[in-house]
Design a protein around this ligand. Structure first.
Ligand SMILES: Nc1nc2c(ncn2[C@@H]2O[C@H](COP(=O)(O)OP(=O)(O)OP(=O)(O)O)[C@@H](O)[C@H]2O)c(=O)[nH]1
Ligand SMILES: [Mg+2]
Ligand SMILES: [Zn+2]
Length: 279
């Protein structure tokens, strides 16, 4: 029988497809490979339930490359105060990618309990800026607020390895038992505890655990897309419409950085990202 389902898990060339309450473990149709069609977790598909074959992939509403997932409506950028240390660079990079993909980000902070008083205050001050420019910031202790964010969404968890993505999901859903890692081991060996992307389905919630990463780079983007993803820059229009805010005379973004209205680290990260295109 041909039915519609959604890919919720992929391990090498097998795909778990959810059809109502049932899971069918499928392979792809032979001609997918010739046509260079590679299914993604999140794809809505038509499957043959007897042959256990994915026959067709429906058009994607959106997709991201790292982690490779599709049809997302929201993203949690899971970020630790310490261990691994808070990094505006990584945060800005993820926010940039999400802005470009048109996916709403929510910053979820973890490991407040491990931060020294100074680190705690320093990070909190920086987070105030992100709230000011329009990003929602929650803490992994805010279980009910986080659940509200998840309702009626397909949410992907992104963030550095060891930040606490799987731990957060285990805490939210008591019957889950995702593997979590010792951070010293994870960082020391560059190892990820979560090895594959998986959609967890609970009533009206779909949430995707993913392996973390330690470095990211912009692959197939244009530098103008990166510029436009820095949402607060738009508040300060420049004399030149296509100003890149790098060394143009009379650039209002540069002025506002000097005045302290644009966070210095945001601007420095921006310049670094733009530099990546030059090489
Ligand atoms: N003290 C403290 N430890 C935490 C917190 N959140 C997570 N951890 C610990 O941090 C370690 C790493 O957590 P994981 O949930 O495995 O991290 P992850 O983001 O899923 O990592 P990957 O799967 O490798 O991407 C585990 O030992 C957790 O117990 C927190 O808020 N406070
Ligand atoms: Mg994990
Ligand atoms: Zn400018």
């Amino acid at each position: 029988m041909r039915v519609k389902g959604q890919i919720i898990k992929n391990i090498s060339d097998t795909y778990d497809c959810l059809v109502n309450e049932d899971i069918y473990t499928c392979k792809c149709r032979g001609n997918f490979r010739h046509k260079n069609i590679i299914p993604m977790v999140g794809d809505f598909v038509f499957i043959d339930t007897e042959k256990k074959i994915i026959e067709e992939i429906m058009e994607r509403k959106n997709s991201i490359i790292r982690p490779r997932v599709s049809n997302i409506t929201k993203a949690f950028v899971v970020t630790s105060f310490v261990n691994p240390d808070f990094s505006t660079n990584l945060l800005d990079k993820l926010l940039t990618e999400l802005e470009i993909s048109n996916i709403i980000p929510v910053i979820i902070m973890t490991k407040m309990d491990l931060a020294s008083k100074e680190d705690y205050k320093k990070v909190k001050d920086v987070l105030k800026y992100y709230e000011k420019i329009g990003y929602k910031v929650l803490y992994n202790t805010d279980s009910s607020k986080i659940k509200d964010e998840l309702k009626n969404n397909t949410t992907v968890l992104m963030g550095q390895t060891g930040a606490g993505k799987s731990t957060l999901l285990n805490k939210l859903f008591k019957d889950l038992d995702l593997k979590t890692g010792e951070i010293s081991m994870a960082l020391g060996r560059g190892k990820h505890t979560t090895r594959h992307v998986e959609i967890i389905v609970k009533d009206n919630i779909k949430v995707i655990d993913t392996p973390g990463f330690s470095a990211l780079s912009f692959l197939d983007l244009k530098k103008e897309m990166v510029r436009d993803a820095f949402v607060e820059f738009k508040k300060y229009p420049c004399p030149y419409n296509d100003c890149m805010h790098i060394k143009e005379a009379e650039c209002n973004v540069i002025k506002e950085v000097k005045r302290g209205n644009i966070l210095n680290s945001r601007y420095l990260n921006y310049k670094n990202f733009i530099d990546e295109f030059g090489r």
